[in-house]
Design a protein around this ligand. Structure first.
Ligand SMILES: C[S@@+](CC[C@H](N)C(=O)[O-])C[C@H]1O[C@@H](n2cnc3c(N)ncnc32)[C@H](O)[C@@H]1O
Length: 241
């Protein structure tokens, strides 16, 4: 297999990965209620047209040519933030990955209603997609209100782990940004601890307002409005240095 995506990529593996190499599942259910007729039709007709490829290289520039910036949203839920950003930033390309089919179908509804041409989606695991991305191909990664996995025995399922953070660093260009938001205190502590250990990431906060207040370009997510966590939302902005 060609090894041009970087040493940390799965493509540099010479043998088949053993089950232990597979990352633990970081998400809950992948299907909810049966889709409405319109949503099923969008999954059948629109999704194949705007899908991120299910295998092979994922190069944002090739998928959405001619944009000034490329963004990835991991776990976009119903796609409110992803499509909202895509509406306000028509000069930028947006890739979204979400394993929950009903969320993907909801985002497709927005993409269709708004006639968005700068969004590509995949129903799947963002870690698999990042592993197929070239080094330095992204300007920004959003990880907004990730599943908190609050029980100690489930903590390994959290998306923020050393290996995933190394992948964030690899796929971001120099100066690229990662935004993490959560309203779960233990996840905030965990995320900061793991992210700050990576010396290629710099936390941009100077004062408390930098993480207590939503960034000016933040769009409230559906999960955020549910206020299910145990603290006010916090926003961590990291820069690849
Ligand atoms: C708590 S929800 C938040 C959804 C959305 N970001 C919001 O704020 O409304 C976390 C989402 O992350 C998704 N997720 C978990 N692991 C993922 C992974 N490995 N790749 C992509 N999405 C993932 C889940 O399916 C779920 O929809």
């Amino acid at each position: 297999m060609v090894d041009f995506l970087g040493k940390s990529s799965i493509w540099s593996m010479t043998s088949n990965p053993s089950p232990e190499d597979k990352p633990l599942r970081s998400f809950g259910r992948t299907k909810g209620r049966p889709l409405s007729g319109r949503k099923q039709a969008l999954v059948d007709s629109l999704l194949p047209k705007i899908s991120i490829p299910v295998d092979g290289i994922v190069d944002p520039r090739a998928l959405i040519p001619g944009k000034s910036e490329y963004n990835l949203e991991i776990g976009f839920g119903g796609g409110e933030h992803l499509t909202g950003q895509a509406i306000t930033r028509s000069d930028a390309g947006f890739l979204g990955v979400e394993p929950f089919l009903n969320g993907v179908a909801k985002a497709l509804g927005q993409i269709d209603d708004q006639g968005l041409s700068n969004v590509r989606l995949l129903e799947g695991d963002a870690r698999d997609v990042m592993a197929r991305m070239p080094d330095g191909c992204l300007d920004r990664i959003y990880l907004l209100f990730p599943d908190p996995w609050p029980k100690t025995r489930h903590a390994k399922r959290r998306l923020i782990q050393d290996e995933t953070v190394a992948e964030f660093v690899r796929v971001l260009k120099l100066g690229g940004r990662l935004r993490v938001a959560t309203d779960v205190k233990s996840y905030a502590d965990h995320a900061l601890f793991v992210l700050r250990q990576n010396l290629e990431f710099k936390w941009l906060a100077v004062g408390a307002d930098d993480w207590r207040k939503p960034p000016t370009d933040h769009l409230t997510t559906r999960y955020e409005t549910k206020k299910l966590g145990n603290c006010a939302p916090v926003f961590f902005e990291f820069k690849k240095i």
